[in-house]
Design a protein around this ligand. Structure first.
Ligand SMILES: Nc1ncnc2c1ncn2[C@@H]1O[C@H](COP(=O)(O)OP(=O)(O)OP(=O)(O)O)[C@@H](O)[C@H]1O
Ligand SMILES: [Mg+2]
Length: 495
């Protein structure tokens, strides 16, 4: 053990002895020794400076060395305390060790004994300091890293979460400790895959990588890619811990999904055009024939036969209208017309939609509340933006067949015109929330699943953003943000 440079505080009232000890330690260990003759001067010194080792005489004029150990450790938490004593009984040794001393030097000692004991204490202090540095680095890394970290015990219970993972899952990291990881936080469909990856790592197989779903604090399923590896924390034996480093790939997957659906729609364009052409003509012919049929019915002699026939005509008419809508929406998605660019008041567009849907709202007992700030102007395509509002309002009404409240809010926030369409309907299951913008995704028996896909496409074309937030059982809010029309005069002079 070579000499360890460090700082030593010596508390002893025998000045001759203190001078000898100082000289020996300075010479043999290259340490800097500070001497104090009593506790009253020694304790404040220990608090003010950072010592590695404090050598304390058991009998000081104003205190007992044994009683000083605790206050010394409190004043200078990183120091090691060594006692200088004339006679050490087994009891006093035990008491001193309990109080936190790390060693003894019996008076009268040989210089080698003194040097050896102090060198050991210095080494211990240095190791403690080194360990603290590592721990700080480790904590900084685990806490600051932009990745998710989990430690798992062989049974699959949580040993620790880093703050980022705890935040994602909406739990307190300390509370998570000991909970079964898979049962508590892994999406049921991925549970078996995760468990078998865990088992392989515990069996000593190399790193396992897998992507799983994890319900977050709001219940929405996040996609997380995990990298699992085994560790031996106890040093001996087999693998006794599994560490997981995870990356939240939800946003990436959503982008991939959007790219894939855009590609699918583009691929469908020629087919859609051909189909539209083929269907439109017979459809028009059918509508024409239907009108003639309706007229014929009105001219019928037997008036009692008219009513059931009118009803049938009405059914066929509404089915044809549905087909037409499907065709128009499909075309809008597959081969969108480039948007017009005119400055317009979004409030007017909303008022038109409310007017259009007034019958439907009355029928289902829905109350409409409107908070429409005037002067919320955007540059865009009136017909397309009307389609956006209409699709959102229709979805809201569909969600409230037994009545409820539809809240329409329009305002300006920073450089955006913001429209919020909120309903008090059944809400959206968080597990499907990521899919509702996909074309053809629908939960309605007669839905096309194109409504929100069109909303997103049009909002994208206008340089805006659209999002949905929902609480099952409470309702859904759609938020559309569009850039404000860049016209200072018209903004200052609301029409
Ligand atoms: N306000 C809402 N409340 C509850 N669920 C909604 C709401 N808006 C959308 N959804 C869900 O999102 C799905 C997709 O909506 P989208 O408008 O794209 O299609 P759709 O309404 O099913 O059919 P379409 O609009 O073509 O008639 C819906 O089937 C529904 O499950
Ligand atoms: Mg819809």
């Amino acid at each position: 053990m070579g000499p360890v440079p460090g700082r030593v505080l010596l508390l002893d009232d025998h000045s001759d002895l203190a001078a000898d000890v100082s000289e020996i330690l300075t010479r043999e260990l290259g340490v800097k020794v500070t001497v104090a003759g009593d506790a009253a001067t020694g304790l404040p010194l220990a608090g003010a400076q950072c010592f590695d080792v404090v050598l304390v005489d058991v009998r000081l004029p104003d205190a007992s060395g044994l009683e000083l150990i605790a206050p010394l450790k409190q004043a200078c938490p990183r120091c090691e305390v060594v006692l200088l004593t004339g006679n050490a009984s087994v009891e006093s040794v035990i008491e001193a060790l309990h109080a936190g001393a790390c060693g003894f030097v019996l008076k009268s000692f040989r210089p080698e004994q003194l040097v050896k004991t102090v060198a050991q204490a210095l080494e211990k202090a240095a190791l403690r300091r080194e360990r603290e540095v590592y721990e700080r680095r480790y904590h900084a890394l685990v806490n600051a890293a932009d990745v998710l970290v989990v430690g798992l015990r062989p049974g699959g219970s949580v040993a620790f979460f880093n703050p980022k993972l705890a935040e994602l899952l909406g739990v307190d990291p300390a509370w998570a400790v000991g909970k079964p990881f898979v049962a508590s936080w892994v999406d049921a469909v991925d549970a078996r895959r995760f468990e078998s990856a865990l088992a392989s790592v515990l069996d000593g197989e190399a790193v396992q990588e897998l992507e799983i779903g994890m319900p977050d604090a709001e219940g929405a399923v996040r996609r997380v890619r995990w990298h699992l590896s085994g560790a031996r924390e106890s040093g001996a034996g087999g693998i006794d811990h599994v560490y997981g480093i995870g990356v939240d790939v939800t946003a990436r997957r959503a982008l991939e999904r959007r790219a894939a659906s855009a590609e699918a729609l583009n691929a469908m364009a020629p087919l859609a055009l051909g189909l539209a052409h083929e269907i439109r003509n017979p459809l028009n012919a059918a509508v024409l024939e239907l009108h003639l049929l309706a007229r014929g019915i009105e001219r019928l002699e037997q008036s009692e036969a008219r009513e059931p026939m009118r009803r049938r005509v009405h059914v066929v008419e509404s089915e044809i209208r549905r087909l037409e809508r499907l065709l128009t929406e499909f075309l809008e998605l597959a081969r969108p017309r480039p948007p017009e660019h005119e400055a317009l008041e979004l409030g007017r567009v909303i008022a038109e939609v409310v007017e259009l849907e007034s019958q439907a709202t009355k029928r289902s007992g829905v109350q409409i509340e409107q908070h429409l700030e005037s002067g919320a102007r955007v540059v865009g395509d009136q017909a397309k933006l009307k389609q956006v509002v209409l699709n959102l309002v229709v979805n809201a009404l569909d969600a409230m067949p037994e009545g409820g409240r539809l809240d329409l809010r329009l305002g300006v926030e920073a450089d955006d015109v913001v429209l919020r369409v909120a309903d008090t309907g059944k809400g959206i299951d968080p597990r499907i929330l990521a899919e509702v913008f996909d074309p053809f995704f629908t939960t309605k028996p007669a839905g096309t699943g194109l409504g929100l896909a069109i909303v997103r496409r049009i909002v994208d074309q206008h340089g805006g953003r659209v999002s949905l937030a929902s609480t099952p059982g409470e309702g859904t809010t759609a938020v559309v943000r569009l850039p404000c029309a860049p016209s200072p005069e018209s903004a200052a002079r609301p029409s």
